[in-house]
Structure formats: structure tokens, C-alpha cells
Design a protein around this ligand. Structure first.
Ligand code: BG6
Length: 476
């Protein structure tokens, strides 16, 4: 890679991102069928039928990307828009929709980074065989990937296989589970199946688009020990093993981490591994690791016999993120007294990004792209029709500064995706929580004009891109 004299490489991909179900709308029209996440997301406030109106206004959105000066745009393709029955007949309108976007991106020299799977399994496959709980999904996913590589492979050279496999099983509305099978057993079985699907996607990509780069995007929350107590230090390590390194070891080494495997076996929740599975996973070497980074977490040790009443297993996926995960015998999350919090109580920790990147680099020595980083805020339109989202600017500035320090530490990072380009349906909180550089004129309950309005952060990021990050040293 070519290094400039500045903090970021010359060919650094300054990007922003979205995902299909969060921004497109038109969720049951133009040949598309419903996905699992669209069916299960809290419909009280999160209505995917219109979302940000991107299906209708994609052209305006790409013009704004050009104005912003984006070098790359990360977006996801909706599986049920391409294959309304999950497999078989291809929806030509779906293909055309993404072809139009890609063509215009290329015209403006904006590199498309395409996520193959961002939470949206076709609901029909869930009903037919239980979705990710069945090995049948592997060949359907493989076939879906092949359709994408065949139709878009000439123009798309960066592919993300699966978004946040690490979080997928923790958030109830992203997956459907069978009430008759112990939940944790199902999760790790599904995780194994999804890892195989990811591996197959890489193999297909190598065969069909050999000049493309492909890798997964993980949502990673690094764990800090609550105190220097040795038990707490070990608890943080175990939390990282279970919630992060299980996935990175599978993707990047093709192995189950021993500490995690032991934990699974001890609890009778290990997945079934068939002959050939691990060879398939191991031989699917990603070109990079995508990292979605929002926050860190503090954990302390809790004994096995801790009072179950006090324990909260997993995120509840709703607004109240102050509910911390706790696994008796391993760890329990708690608030960090040293960091600021977002309006949704997420820890704001830019230094944690540098820490994480160094940690990954030391373990795996693989090129990294930050596939998501940003902050959800309550943005208000002023009387003059402006949005002064200073909190977002500060958040992004601080994280980008830490990123440049990580690069200086020797970590190879080749791109940064602001989450998100336009306001979109927050997975947990609808339109109250806004991530975008561009405001969408709508609320949870009123779709209003869907007008696109550049926020203050848009102009700020434009300058960051223009100066290749050198403006970061200055003020807002
Ligand atoms: C990531 C997802 O988990 O976090 C995005 O990949 C999501 O789809 C983002 O929008 C922020 O989470 P939330 O719940 O605030 O939308």
C-alpha cells in the first residue's frame, strides 16, 4: 500500500454506508417479498415499507454522494428483492435497481462495496425449512451469491459476505428460533451453518470474480476488565473469546477457539460438525476483515451460582441498552465510569477503536476496513431548515483521529465507512435515532416529504475527504 505523508494512506477509501431494509422501502412492491427482519422488527415505530425512500430516490442520493466526495459507498443487496422465493426465479426489477445504482456510482468513480447479507433472509425460507437452523440454507445462500457475482461481478470488486454474524443471534428480531429447542443450542448451530455459508460465498467469489476482494463484517464490542482483580481480567478475556474471537478465529484461522469450544461442550450447546465442514471453512480465506465499531464494554467476573434473578442474558434489542449481558461463571457487563454515553446509553470510546485494531492486527495480521462507525442522535431541524449535529462531528472526528493513530501503530486499514450515509431505520429504534450525514424528512409515524437535507456533519466529512484526513487535526 502507498503511504502519503499524512495520517491516512493515499488510496484510503473514505466511505459511508446503508443497508437495504433500513433505507430502501418498497418492501413488498416491485417484485420483492418480505424478509425475516422486516417481519419481526418492532412495527410500532419501525416501518420498513417506506424507510428512507431510497428505492424511489436513489438517484438523488447518489448525486449527494458525489457532492460529498465519497470514494466508496457500502450498501447491501436485499436477497428477497433479487430472489423473491429465496431461490429460482430472479426478479428483473431487483437486478435493474442495483444495476442502476452501481452504474451511477461507477460514473462518479465511487467504489461500490456490496454487502451480500445484512439481516434479511427471505421469510419464505424461514417458513419452508427454518431458515438458518437448516443446512438447506447453505445451498440457497450459495446460489444467491452466484446470482450476485454473475450479475454484478464485472463492476463490484469489494464484497462483504455477512454483516454482524456476531450480533445476529443476540438480537431477537434478526432471527427466528424454534421454541422447542434450547435457545443457546440453536444459536451455535446456526452460527456454524452461517459460517459455512460465508465460506461458500468466498469460494464462489474466487471462482467467478477472481479479481474481487471479499471478507466478512463483524460487529465488535471489546471487553475491558472492571478492575485489576485477576478474575475480572480473565472475565474480560472470556467475554472477548465468546463474543469476538470465536468468530474471528473461525473466519480467519478456520478453527473453533479451544476456550470457546470447551465452554460449548461443557454446556451441551456445541454445534454438529460434519466431515468436510472445517476444511471448507479453513480454505475460505477472506481478503480483509470488516469491523463495525460503536462501543466498548466493561465486564466483571460473576460466579456460577450467582442469583439468576439478577442476570440478563443477551441484549433485549430494545432501547434500553443499559441491560447488560451476564453469563454465570464467566462475566457480567456493567457501565464504564470513565466514558461518555450516547442518548441510547452506548459507551463512547474512541480509544477503544485503536485498542481493538491493534488487538486484531496482533492476532491476525489482516487488512481491515471499518465497515461501520457512527453515532445515533436525536437530530432536530432548526427554523432555517438546518441540522447542527455537532455531537456526530465530535464522535467521528475523535474516532478518525484514533484510527489514524492505529494506522501509525502499524495496523493496515484501507477504508472507513461512516454509518450512515442517509438517516435510516435504526435497527433498534426506528427514526428517532439518526445516524445519517443526510437528514431524511420523516418521523417514525409520519413519512412527510422524505426530502434529503445535508447536515452539518455532511460538510464536515466533505472537508475530511477533500483533505485526506488532514483537516481532522483542526477543529470542527
Ligand atoms: C449494526 C448494524 O449492528 O449497528 C446496523 O449493522 C445498525 O444495521 C447499527 O443500524 C446501529 O444499530 P442501531 O440498533 O442503533 O440501528
Amino acid at each position: 500500500m502507498n503511504y502519503s505523508t499524512g495520517p491516512f494512506p493515499n488510496d484510503f477509501l473514505w466511505a459511508a454506508g446503508t443497508s437495504a431494509y433500513q433505507c430502501e422501502g418498497a418492501h413488498l412492491t416491485h417484485g420483492k417479498t418480505i424478509s425475516v427482519v422486516e417481519k419481526n422488527i418492532n412495527s410500532e415505530y419501525a416501518d420498513p415499507s417506506v424507510a428512507s425512500g431510497h428505492y424511489q430516490y436513489w438517484d438523488i442520493d447518489v448525486e449527494l454522494m458525489k457532492e460529498l466526495g465519497l470514494k466508496a459507498y457500502r450498501f447491501s443487496i436485499s436477497w428477497p428483492r433479487i430472489l423473491p422465493n429465496g431461490r429460482g426465479e430472479i426478479n428483473p426489477e431487483g437486478i435493474q435497481f442495483y444495476k442502476n445504482i452501481i452504474k451511477k456510482l461507477k460514473k462518479y468513480e465511487i467504489e461500490p462495496i456490496v454487502t451480500i447479507y445484512h439481516f434479511d433472509l427471505p421469510q419464505c425460507l424461514q417458513e419452508e425449512y427454518g431458515g438458518w437452523s437448516s443446512r438447506k440454507v447453505i445451498s440457497d445462500f450459495e446460489n444467491y451469491c452466484q446470482v450476485l457475482f454473475d450479475h454484478f461481478g464485472d463492476d463490484v470488486k469489494y464484497w462483504i459476505t455477512i454483516n454482524e454474524q456476531s450480533n445476529m443471534f443476540q438480537i431477537p428480531y434478526l432471527m427466528e428460533f424454534d421454541a422447542n429447542i434450547p435457545l443457546e443450542k440453536q444459536k451455535f448451530e446456526m452460527n456454524h451453518i452461517m459460517t459455512l455459508a460465508h465460506a461458500k460465498a468466498i469460494h464462489r467469489c474466487r471462482e467467478t470474480v477472481p479479481d474481487a476482494k471479499i471478507g466478512p463484517a463483524l460487529g465488535i464490542i471489546p471487553n475491558y476488565p472492571a478492575s485489576p482483580k485477576p478474575e475480572d481480567i480473565l472475565a474480560a478475556k472470556k467475554a472477548d473469546d465468546l463474543r469476538t474471537f470465536l468468530f474471528t478465529d473461525l473466519y480467519l484461522k478456520g478453527e473453533y477457539k479451544t476456550t470457546v469450544w470447551n465452554f460449548l461442550v461443557e454446556n451441551g450447546i456445541e454445534p454438529n460438525i460434519y466431515e468436510g465442514d472445517m476444511a471448507c471453512i479453513k480454505s475460505a480465506k477472506p481478503d480483509f476483515l470488516g469491523v463495525n465499531y460503536y462501543q466498548t464494554r466493561v465486564v466483571k467476573f460473576i460466579p456460577k451460582d450467582a442469583d439468576e434473578k439478577d442476570l440478563k442474558l443477551n441484549f433485549d434489542g430494545e432501547d434500553d441498552d443499559t441491560q447488560y449481558e451476564a453469563i454465570p461463571g464467566l462475566f457480567e457487563g456493567q457501565k464504564n465510569p470513565y466514558t461518555d454515553k450516547t442518548d441510547w446509553d452506548w459507551e463512547i470510546d474512541p480509544v477503544g477503536l485503536r485498542y481493538l485494531l491493534n488487538e486484531i492486527n496482533d492476532r491476525y495480521d489482516i487488512p481491515i476496513i471499518i465497515t461501520e462507525n457512527g453515532i445515533g442522535t436525536v437530530d432536530e431541524l432548526t427554523e432555517n431548515g438546518e441540522i447542527h449535529d455537532d455531537e456526530k462531528i465530535t464522535f467521528l472526528r475523535d474516532h478518525l483521529n484514533q484510527l489514524s493513530l492505529a494506522i501509525n501503530d502499524g495496523v493496515e486499514v484501507w477504508g472507513f465507512v461512516v454509518w450512515s450515509f442517509i438517516d435510516l431505520l435504526s435497527t433498534s429504534s426506528g427514526f428517532r435515532k439518526r445516524y445519517g450525514l443526510v437528514y431524511i424528512d420523516r418521523t417514525d409515524f409520519d413519512t412527510r416529504s422524505l426530502k434529503r437535507i445535508k447536515k452539518k456533519s455532511f460538510n464536515w466529512y466533505q472537508n475530511v475527504i477533500l483533505t485526506d484526513g488532514k483537516s481532522l487535526q483542526n477543529t470542527n
